[in-house]
Design a protein around this ligand. Structure first.
Ligand SMILES: Cc1cc2nc3c(=O)[nH]c(=O)nc-3n(C[C@H](O)[C@H](O)[C@H](O)COP(=O)(O)OP(=O)(O)OC[C@H]3O[C@@H](n4cnc5c(N)ncnc54)[C@H](O)[C@@H]3O)c2cc1C
Length: 394
């Protein structure tokens, strides 16, 4: 396999780098873990999304008619890598661009595409994902939220949980049961829900970083017109699988990891313990070398997913391998950082003694959730066992 990029692709990478140098917010240190969703950070996200929109770079690989530039998968990969390496403030657009939009492109009516895709690429709307319920996470097909047809509308009742960014979102991709008599995978439909619809209540869930990132959502006789249905009624499960494939194939994590390894290496060079630089300690050197190696492996696994997409193939267990490895790798990297820093590593960003502005402590807590979001390691391993290795279903 030849991993070299063409001269045009290298030139595009340089163009993105140059643009970032000019357009990243002033004093942006990329420490989004320390202040992920406070109003000030969200203004930064919004402003940056506006700059991307002006350049048609919110979703550059989307077709031109929907506000993209029709870039190739490899160019999109380069773009994602540069954004991740520079820890660009992309929080505002991730679910619309990464998951909701691509699913609408595949299954939406022309009207739905016109209504939603341009708004996403213009950075006008933010999306959340209403899939999980208190008793339906890994076993998502057990979901109980009901949507009942009533004339030209559907009436929705039920509850969702762990909905990231629901309190800031304009729209939601929502799964609800439309046929309770059918077997569990066959009675689910996929809706595009306006979050301002009467009867939608969003309640905060505060995570262990003391962040308000996710929420519970309650639906009390929420009436939506039937054109909010995406695709055919009762076919929602199959569309949700498409959304999850997009979610798991998201690329960039490995390169974000490379940046953290570089920061850790610089820290080890500069910091002395017991009269000796950390970088001279054998155990530290081994941890850093392992981390550098793992980041490269993660990158190759992501490249595999991208190269399949480029050839028009649909990655499936390959996305699960990349998701499983990259989230776990980033967790191990954060842990390596904490161990190298010793007790200082546990200090929160507010402490003036926190090394690297507490970034590794935040990353350690954040990655605990990232390993679970989008499907737990056990679920990814089941997919790899069944679809990759051909082992029987349990
Ligand atoms: C940071 C974060 C953000 C999230 N954001 C969203 C969001 O925006 N929208 C949304 O809809 N959801 C979101 N989620 C929810 C996420 O999708 C679920 O947490 C995840 O699917 C697991 O479901 P669960 O929490 O119900 O755990 P469970 O499914 O109850 O799992 C509990 C344990 O049992 C194991 N297990 C379950 N089934 C099997 C099996 N068949 N074989 C082996 N082991 C099994 C799991 O691996 C896990 O260890 C988010 C979660 C996190 C952590």
């Amino acid at each position: 396999m030849d991993f070299r990029l063409s001269p045009e692709e290298e030139a595009f990478r340089q163009e993105v780098r140059d643009w970032l140098k000019e357009n990243l917010p002033k004093d942006w240190s990329g420490d989004r873990f320390t202040r992920d969703r406070d109003p000030e950070t969200w203004n930064i996200y919004r402003e940056f999304a506006g700059k991307l929109a002006a350049k048609k770079w919110v979703a550059p690989a989307w077709p031109v008619e929907y506000g993209g530039l029709g870039l190739s998968v490899i160019q999109q990969l380069i773009f994602n890598e540069e954004m991740a390496y520079h820890q660009a403030p992309l929080g505002y657009s991730i679910m619309g661009v990464g998951w909701a939009g691509p699913t609408i492109i595949v299954y939406g009516t022309e009207e739905q595409k016109q209504k939603h895709l341009g708004a996403i690429t213009n950075a006008e709307t933010m999306w959340c994902q209403g899939f999980s319920e208190p008793n339906a996470g890994s076993d998502l097909a057990s979901l109980q939220t009901r949507a009942v047809r009533d004339g030209d509308d559907y009436v929705i009742n039920g509850q969702k949980i762990w909905t990231s960014g629901a309190h800031l979102s304009d729209w939601c991709i929502l799964l609800a049961r439309t046929d309770p008599e059918a077997t569990k995978h066959k009675g689910i439909s996929y809706f595009l829900l306006d979050m301002k619809t009467p009867g939608v209540t969003v309640r905060p869930l505060i995570d262990m970083m003391d962040n308000h990132a996710f929420n519970e959502m309650f639906f009390d006789n929420v009436r939506v017109p039937k054109d909010c249905l995406l695709g055919d009624e009762n076919r929602g499960w199959y569309m949700a699988a498409t959304t999850l494939d997009f979610e798991r194939s998201s690329i960039g994590g490995a390169v974000g990891g490379r940046r953290m390894v570089e920061e850790l290496v610089a820290y080890a060079r500069e910091t002395k313990r017991n009269g000796k630089r950390l970088s001279e300690e054998v155990t530290v050197r081994v941890r850093l070398a392992d981390a550098a190696l793992e980041v490269e492996i993660g990158r190759m696994l992501s490249y595999r997913v991208a190269s399949m997409q480029q050839r028009g193939l649909v990655p499936n267990y390959e996305s699960s391998i990349a998701k499983l490895f990259n989230t776990d790798m980033q967790f191990r990297l954060a842990k390596a950082g904490l161990e190298i820093m010793g007790l200082y590593g546990q200090l929160e960003p507010q402490s003036k003694y926190a090394p690297l502005r507490g970034k590794f402590e935040r990353q350690y807590l954040w990655q605990t959730g990232m390993i679970v979001g989008g499907g737990t390691p056990e679920i990814q391993r089941n997919i790899i066992a069944m679809r990759g290795l051909g082992l029987p279903r349990q």
